[in-house]
Write a protein that binds this ligand. Structure first.
Ligand code: SAM
Length: 203
């Protein structure tokens, strides 16, 4: 399925997306996870595949008035829903593909790919683009708050556009990141969650 089919798919579910989870419970999970990831209060964090802004919201709770969130999604409808929920001068919204980010090189301290990695068609190319926008020693997280088996089960039963989007074992994701110039520091591939964290090596 090409990018346009995927955009249409995510546009089509944007209005329903927040009904698929309990927003309060999700917010708690995300805030706890953000603390565990060690997000600093003054950082500029890229939320790539931000959807309706649930991670963006949790990041705003964590950040100081100097912190910034750059929230990117290729679905205009997802961004429209997110903007309707969140008005905060610390957030910048972009409708863009993760492969071609409208951001300056080395402009982010951290990138979080929350519940989006399996949807990237060319993960190596995305990893290289994320490396470009990260500062040296910046951090990247590929994160899901449910296990890989559950993620893949959900996609297998979803619309045609995403049915083939498989979350690979954490080791395979780690290899993609290493090939793109990252050092992998954490791999968790458990029933309750999935996390691959990495650092962009100093050039
Ligand atoms: C499963 S949803 C998750 C949304 C959000 N991260 C959350 O957990 O609530 C995946 C999101 O990633 C976006 N997405 C998928 N592939 C993308 C790409 N190549 N570039 C930018 N956004 C993408 C989709 O439009 C969708 O909003």
């Amino acid at each position: 399925m090409n990018g346009n089919g995927r955009v249409a798919y995510f546009d089509g579910i944007a209005d329903k997306w927040d009904g698929f989870d309990d927003p309060a419970a999700l917010g708690t999970r995300l805030r706890e996870g953000i603390e565990e990831l060690g997000v600093g209060q003054d950082e500029t964090v890229l939320d790539v595949g931000c959807g309706t802004g649930n991670l963006t919201n949790a990041l705003l709770d964590r950040l100081s008035s100097s912190g910034r969130v750059i929230s990117v999604d290729f679905s205009p409808k997802m961004i429209a829903v997110a903007k309707g929920k969140i008005q905060d001068r610390r957030v910048t919204w972009h409708v863009a593909d993760a492969r071609r980010l409208p951001l300056a090189s080395e402009s982010c301290d951290r990138v979080i790919c929350y519940s989006v990695w399996p949807h990237f068609e060319d993960r190596r190319a995305v990893a290289e683009e994320l490396s470009r926008v990260l500062r040296p020693m910046g951090r990247l997280h590929v994160w899901h708050t449910i296990g890989r088996g559950k993620v893949n089960e959900i996609h297998a039963g979803a619309g045609e556009a995403v049915r083939g989007d498989v979350l690979q074992p954490a080791q395979a994701t780690a290899e993609v990141l290493v090939a793109a110039g990252f050092e992998v520091t954490t791999t968790v591939d458990a029933e309750g969650g999935y996390l691959v964290s990495a650092t962009k090596l100093d050039a």
